[in-house]
Design a protein around this ligand. Structure first.
Ligand SMILES: Nc1ncnc2c1ncn2[C@@H]1O[C@H](COP(=O)(O)OP(=O)(O)OP(=O)(O)O)[C@@H](O)[C@H]1O
Ligand SMILES: [Mg+2]
Length: 451
């Protein structure tokens, strides 16, 4: 872009085009975490970025801050290419590595010291930031004497004292309890609204949909594998926002709906799952509990997603894994911001315990190729046993070592619940449960596997 010819006001504060980033996995192959990321942050905007765990949000923020180099694409700060840390961009993290031997004042002054600012000026600026963020009276306190909320305020003061033009927040409130997070969030929004901070653009990475909608002018939904901006929802409500207002609820519903429609299902076609399918990280007991909860509700088998989030007290991320698990197994569906049970979901809830396990087993073998594969291997072996390492290695053709481990642990949990296989923690062996007469299972999943 010929930067000189664009009127200043139209040059975005941040501009990313086609950004790509991959990491080398322990086995030497490369995994693409970000691919084709396009993003703009205009002056005066707050933008939220929502996405599942591991989708690359933190990596993207670090790239924007100039802390990590992308492998491809272009990025600019106010029209100038970003090639390293940028003076006008500050980041706030989930938890701060505050220096325990420095006071609040000392911790806040640190960044200014690195700029070579004179002591008197440093002290005066730090004191102003401390006051602004509501820490006055605590200048001389040490981090260990502060609550989590206060410590996070020090983190904010440390970022704001640099007078950042752009503020990048990476789950800055997620380590705090609900009330503390709310207070700190509204304090920050007030500073922003009243222009008491120099910051002219904010990007908020969050796991929490309400938080994203409370803060942002636009909510971006990030996809996983590889991460890229998948959808955008404009918010367009005045600050301060009332989370109980119908207009607010409607946007939250819309975002929930988008978040629970996986990229796989977008565009109508549902790709068949492979052995390397990243099983959602959710225990089978939790899935069954949720089915029970929803089946009992007045609107039989149907529930508003945000209401479920509140009721279950699970994080949005945990809930999405839970929904995805129930969806791929064919026990629930999501549509228009509502969660509802399928016929199979009802059948499972209404069945006796033994029958429940049978229904679960049937769906598991039909919908999850990894479960069917493990069972087939065990069926075919003479002693009906196989070491977990064998499956771990197969999974590593598709997933990182950590992710393979997690996926295997998850499928073992589901398989044990369904009693399609058992696992011995001491020997690391998988086996067919003893009570059962082993009989070979039919080959391959039936045509209508899931949906
Ligand atoms: N330095 C690194 N080396 C290798 N892999 C990395 C590195 N940094 C991140 N990754 C991998 O990149 C993927 C994305 O990580 P990232 O932390 O950006 O995700 P995230 O969306 O911020 O997740 P969360 O919501 O859990 O914070 C993960 O699979 C992670 O393991
Ligand atoms: Mg992160």
């Amino acid at each position: 872009m010929p930067v000189e010819n664009v009127p200043l006001a139209e040059v975005p504060m941040l501009h990313l085009a086609g950004v790509r980033k991959g990491f080398r996995t322990p086995d030497g192959s490369e995994r693409t975490v970000l691919e084709g990321v396009d993003f703009r942050l205009a002056e005066g905007e707050i933008v939220s970025l929502l996405g599942r765990s591991g989708s690359g949000k933190s990596t993207l923020l670090r790239i924007m801050a100039g802390l990590v180099r992308p492998d491809g694409g272009e990025l600019f700060y106010r029209g100038a290419p970003i090639r390293g840390p940028v003076r006008g961009i500050s980041m706030v993290f989930q938890s701060f590595a505050l220096f325990p031997w420095l006071t609040v004042q000392g911790n806040v002054e640190l960044g200014l010291e690195a700029l070579g600012m004179r002591r008197a000026e440093r002290e005066q600026k730090a004191a102003a930031a401390i006051e602004m963020i509501g820490l006055d009276g605590f200048e001389g306190a040490y981090p260990k004497e502060l609550s989590g909320g206060m410590r996070q305020r020090v983190g904010f003061a440390r970022a704001l004292v640099m007078d950042p033009d752009v503020l990048l927040m990476d789950e800055a409130f997620s380590a705090l309890d609900v009330l503390t997070a709310e207070t700190l969030r509204s304090d920050l929004l007030e500073l922003w609204e009243e222009k008491r901070i120099a910051t002219r653009g904010i990007l908020v990475v969050s796991h929490n949909i309400e938080e994203a909608v409370v803060m942002a002018d636009r909510v971006l939904v990030f996809s996983s594998d590889p991460g890229r901006v998948r959808a955008e929802i404009p918010v367009g409500l005045e600050h301060p926002r009332d989370p109980d207002a119908p207009a607010f609820r409607q946007i939250v519903d819309e975002v929930y709906g988008l978040m629970t429609t996986s990229a796989r299902a977008v565009g109508g076609a549902v790709e068949p799952l492979g052995i390397g399918y990243r099983l959602p990280d959710t225990p089978s007991s939790r899935m069954v509990e949720l089915l029970e909860t929803v089946a009992d509700r007045p609107f039989e088998g149907r529930a508003d997603l945000p209401a479920l989030a509140e009721e279950t007290e699970l994080s949005d991320d945990a809930l999405f894994h839970l929904f995805e698990g129930l969806k791929v197994l064919g026990f629930a569906r999501i549509a228009a911001g509502d969660f509802f049970l399928t016929r199979a979901g009802f059948a499972l809830v209404e069945a006796e315990p033994a029958q429940r396990k049978r229904i679960f087993a049937e769906h598991l073998l039909r919908s999850i190729p990894l479960a069917a594969h493990i069972r087939r291997v065990l069926d075919e072996r003479r002693d009906h046993r196989a070491p977990e390492d064998r499956f771990l290695q197969e999974l590593q053709d598709y997933l990182t070592a950590d992710e393979s481990q997690r996926v295997l642990e998850t499928i073992i949990g589901w398989g044990r619940y369904a009693e399609i296989f058992d696992y011995d923690y001491n020997s690391g062996m998988l086996m067919i449960p003893e009570e059962e007469e082993p009989q070979p299972l039919a080959d391959g999943p039936p045509a209508e596997a899931h949906g």
